[in-house]
Design a protein around this ligand. Sequence first.
Ligand SMILES: [Ca+2]
Length: 313
Amino acid sequence: MPVLRNRGSSNLMNLKNLFASLACMALVLTACYGGQPTLAPPAPTTAATPEPAITATIQPAAPRPTASPAPATPPPTTPGTLPVYTYRVVGTYPHDPAAFTQGLVFDGESLYESTGLLGRSSVRQVDLDTGNVLRRRELPASAWGEGLAIYRDRIIQLTWQSNLGFVYDRNTFELLWTFNYPWEGWGLTHDGQRLILSDGTATLHFLDPMTFIETGRVEVTDASGPVNRLNELEYINGEVYANVWQTDYIVRIAPDTGKVTGRIDLTGLLDRATLRGPVDVLNGIAYDPRQDRLFVTGKLWPYLFEIKLVERQ
Ligand SMILES: [Ca+2]
């Protein structure tokens, strides 16, 4: 039966080969596909949550942040090294408690004021005796009003971080043009020849009043070093008076050297115990050269004060 055996053997071999082939194919199929994870169905997509709308808000009447925080100015230099002045109140006037005062000027007849806060910034002409706003112009909602100066027939107003200044007709408040500068805008005054600008540091910038190009600068220093956070300014009899932000002090500065020549301590000027609404810091200096009157106020203060300086002995 060799044939049969052979045939049988051959058939058996063929059958084995068939099974082997099938097994191999199964292994190959397993190897090829058995370990592969099936494609997962697309993950359910989460509906995109809309970003909360950023709404323009009026910033609270809180101390503003600074782009470059500077160390707080130390207390007044020890008496004896610099004159220190206190004050005597000789007049109290109403002041708009909604005015976040950033710039203050007196032109002999009226006060002119720049106010800050986004959405509440303005330039205004104010009657000294009544506090009534005689003329007012709002700033764009994106602009935060800052320092203010009157130069000839123009009103010049800074903004805080927009690098943008506004020039208005003094009589009509018509916007004449705008200009740019590369610093933060804090305080502004002029000495008759130059605009003087503070930027929140110890530096005073001098600008051409027609082109607004910087013509010089000086660092303000006292015995302790640079005096930072110079805010609202007023040029008075050859000196620059500057509010020091978040303090009750005004420093008197020799503009050509930057040296502080004296400090004015206005602690206690506003009796906060009697106030109903919130107030912010002392800010705002205006001077009436004809009658030698010095006016000061603060952000959201309900009063503006005329004071006389008293040198502390
Ligand atoms: Ca001023």
